[in-house]
Design a protein. Structure first.
Lengths: 504, 325
């Protein structure tokens, strides 16, 4: 039997605090379409980055056509016959279609050191024909529609076909998420065409599509491949089950401490819309309540969170905070009304790493610590010490740089910042991302403390399990709309499978 | 909704593309209303002559700015190469008189300083802003040290022909500048370097993923820019018939103004050396026009300052801007 075109054997990759890939083994045979599915953070993207030479694995081997290779760079991946179509497009809008297709590989069009545009355009036209795109190769990509740019990206991957001697593998990362039905059908036709010459890895959240196009499906969870099954024998429900896998353990999420929300509405959304992100979002949030929002990337929940915190403006709809209609033009408007956001990118957005613990904590409430235009350091330090004790933050002192603390303690400082600012609505965007298990439990404990004191929380969980475990009520979003609402009282939590059904 | 937005974006982009040319025409019409002497062949040739050196300098600076970096070493490199070339041709201080052989030497020296810019910027990962500022100051400093504040007088008439000589009634400096523009345009349009500098200026991460040698490209572009500055130094000496350390004073501001006014975005990736040709003409026409209208020199400088801020403000695509530093 022929060796697989591309094979991973026991590949692992760790980042501080996270095992992104855990002894992953994975094989693609010639002419095969392999589906790869898993929840956000299951390790799919890491796997692709290893295959594309962007990450180097800590352990394990990559085999191409029966030989072990090291993929040191994206270019090396390309020369080994592996082309990737990125989820975030890698098309440069300032260059033409042809220039994008052959970017970094212009040498074949050189004559006396000069690029022949005519020959490059000719060669690009051949690739464009493969994806049935009728634009001129000299068109600037900025002038193409989003879907057409995706096709250019695919054409770029296909250009490998005539330029590599061996077999080629094309990695398609969520290629259909920006495409219309008609374009998806076209893409599938192209993929089926391609099977003659290439092997394809197809990654998608749309499980029906995965089953439709794939021969075999790998399911990933927590950085591991947990299941491999033939597409013909699987159903969407099976896939859901494997993606979710384990059972909930109640104590982890401090379910016993889940509060019953009061009747007081602190925040009310009424038909909120943001073009291209979400539409018609309506829900009330009560004091002491945790509303979890579940959804895949592109569901619009991140945009919604940013709008509620004033980081972006909504296009239509009304937002009521504490009984008065508000319109947030900037984040400080939201802060003034008592709404705070704990962002997912802690290092970039949540904290100032070069500031001390005390400086970070008072950042959102600085006016309180100013007398006659001068900062009152003693008061600042006293408050910091109080919160370090209350939240059990492990730090040598209040004057330690936040950047030197562990991820969990950093997150506690961010939470303390909003508590000091006196917010009563806190939006938690992936509050436990990149922090270890023990610290996660601390954060859950703190969230329970906050709701016990009457704060209201909107939670975009790191995992579905987290959303279900912590929330009183769960909104499921898909393509910018709320597709389902679940009550989640302690002891009667909805099942993950039921949520996923409305997510994908 | 989306379609309308896209069309607006398109129309706006179209306007941005043609705005510099429209501004140039408007300026010309406006000034000629004030002064009949403006629209004469004689004045036109004078304008071209005034534009020659800024054009040469702008070709280098455009590449750097397209790449998303900035080059503040223009004056330093020009000063050093100018002093060098003035000492190499027949003059009243040094004994060398190698004539036109000094030209390639000066250009190469400019390239070497540009290379230094690039190496420091890339290898030490220092921002181009700071690196080139330092190299530029060093250049002026070395030029001052060499001459000790003196001025070299050139007696080599063949060398001066490079600026003052005429072909078909047009000064040689203009022909040389035109050749520099042609070379720059070919680099931009027909070489990998040109392609890659756009890619880097647009999105460096994507460019890296495409396998482009980012560091080498950056270093080379700084070196190429240095070559143009070296040529600029040569033309300056040929024009004035003398060399001194302060010969390049004021050239940096005109250069960056012209590039930006021409429509090349400081954020990188958008623009062209042809835009800079328009930009240089706008700056030169404006300066010339202000002189013809009898505006005081210091007011002229103020007008240039306002011009660059207006140009940047108009050209910015604020929809994509999140953080302004």
């Amino acid at each position: 039997m022929m060796p697989p075109v591309l094979e991973l054997r026991g590949v692992s990759k760790s980042f501080p605090g996270v095992k992104a890939l855990d002894t992953v083994s994975f094989a693609i045979n010639k002419g095969e379409v392999v589906g790869l599915i898993g929840e956000n953070g299951a390790g799919k993207s890491s796997l692709l980055k290893v295959l594309n030479g962007i990450y180097q694995p800590d352990q394990g081997e990559i085999w191409v056509n029966g030989q072990t290779i090291r993929i040191a760079s994206p270019r090396r991946a390309f020369d080994s016959g592996i082309a990737m179509v990125f989820q975030e497009q890698s098309i440069l809008p300032t260059l033409t279609v042809a220039e994008n297709i052959f970017l970094g590989r212009e040498e074949e069009f050189l004559r006396y050191g000069l690029i022949s545009k005519a020959r490059m355009n000719e060669a690009a036209a051949v690739e464009l024909k493969k994806v049935r795109l009728s634009c001129h190769p000299g068109t600037r990509c900025a002038d193409l529609s989003f879907a057409d740019r995706q096709m250019v990206e695919i054409a770029k991957a296909l250009s490998l076909d005539s330029r590599i001697k061996g077999d080629i593998t094309i990695l398609l990362d969520e290629p259909t998420s920006v495409l219309e039905r008609k374009e998806v059908d076209l893409l599938f036709e192209i993929v089926r065409d391609l099977k003659q010459r290439a092997s394809i890895v197809f990654i998608s959240h749309r499980l029906e599509e995965v089953l439709d196009i794939s021969d075999r499906v790998y399911v990933m969870r927590d950085g591991k491949v947990v299941k491999e099954l033939a597409a013909g024998e699987a159903t969407v429900k099976d896939l859901h089950q494997h993606m979710v896998g384990r059972q909930l353990h109640h104590e982890y999420y401090r379910e016993a401490r889940q509060t019953t929300p009061t009747a007081r509405v602190v925040l009310q959304c009424e038909g909120l819309c943001k073009d291209g992100a979400f539409s018609n979002i309506s829900f009330p949030l009560h004091a002491g309540e945790i509303i979890g929002i579940a959804g895949v990337i592109g569901s619009g929940r991140e945009d919604l969170a940013r709008c509620l915190a004033g980081h972006a403006a909504v296009d239509r709809g009304t937002l009521t905070v504490d009984g008065s209609v508000v319109r947030f033009a900037a984040a400080h408007d939201a802060t003034r009304k008592g709404v705070g956001l704990v962002p997912s990118e802690r290092k970039a957005e949540g904290q100032v790493s070069a500031f001390t613990v005390a400086e970070n904590m008072t950042l959102a409430a600085l006016p309180k610590y100013v007398a006659n235009g001068v900062l009152r350091f003693a008061a600042e330090r006293a408050t910091a010490r109080e919160w370090i004790d209350r939240l059990k933050i492990k730090t040598p002192s209040s004057a330690t740089m936040v950047g030197s603390l562990s991820g969990g303690n950093q997150q506690k400082v961010v939470l303390a910042k909003w508590r000091i600012a006196g917010v009563h609505v806190l939006i938690l965007d992936h509050p436990t991302r990149g922090i270890d298990v023990g610290a996660k439990e601390d954060v859950y404990e703190l969230v329970r403390d906050m709701t016990a004191e009457g704060l209201a929380v909107i939670l975009l969980g790191d995992t579905l399990e987290e959303v279900i475990g912590l929330s009183n009520r769960i909104l499921v979003m898909r393509d910018g709309e709320v597709t389902a609402t679940f009550e989640a009282p302690p002891g009667a939590k909805p099942a993950q499978v039921d949520l996923i059904r409305h997510m994908v | 909704m989306k379609v309308v937005a896209a069309m607006n974006g398109g129309a706006l982009a179209q306007w941005r593309k043609w705005a510099p040319l429209a501004v140039l025409f408007a300026l010309c019409i406006l000034i000629s209303l004030f002064n009949g002497n403006f629209l004469t062949i004689g004045n036109f040739i004078r304008l071209l002559n005034l534009a020659a050196i800024p054009l040469v300098l702008c070709m280098g600076a455009t590449f750097i700015i397209l790449m998303g970096s900035i080059d503040l070493s223009v004056e330093g490199i020009v000063a050093l190469t100018a002093v060098m070339v003035s000492l190499l041709v027949a003059n009243d201080i040094s004994p060398y008189a190698i004539g036109l052989f000094s030209v390639p030497l000066a250009i190469i020296a400019g390239g070497a300083m540009g290379l230094l810019n690039g190496l420091l910027h890339v290898k030490l990962k220092t921002p181009s802003f700071m690196t080139t500022l330092g190299v530029g100051f060093a250049g002026v400093g070395i030029a001052t040290a060499i001459l000790g504040g003196e001025t070299v007088r050139i007696s080599d008439q063949t060398f001066r022909f490079l600026s003052l000589g005429r072909f078909l009634g047009i000064p040689m400096a203009v022909w040389i500048a035109a050749a520099a523009v042609a070379v720059a345009y070919i680099i931009q349009e027909r070489t990998r370097l040109g392609r890659w500098l756009y890619a880097i200026g647009t999105d460096e991460i994507t460019a890296r993923h495409a396998g482009i040698p980012i560091e080498r490209t950056r270093i080379l572009i700084f070196a190429v820019a240095g070559l143009f500055y070296g040529l600029g130094g040569v033309l300056l000496v040929a024009q004035f018939g003398q060399g001194h350390a302060l010969i390049s004073q004021g050239r940096l501001f005109t250069t960056v103004t012209a590039v930006v006014v021409g429509g090349t975005a400081l954020s990188g990736g958008v623009g062209s050396v042809l835009n800079s040709v328009i930009g240089v003409m706008i700056v030169v026409v404006l300066a010339n026009g202000l002189v013809l209208m009898g505006v005081e020199p210091y007011v002229q400088q103020g007008v240039q300052g306002l011009l660059i801020i207006a140009a940047v403000a108009l050209a910015l695509d604020r929809s994509r801007l999140e953080v302004v530093k």
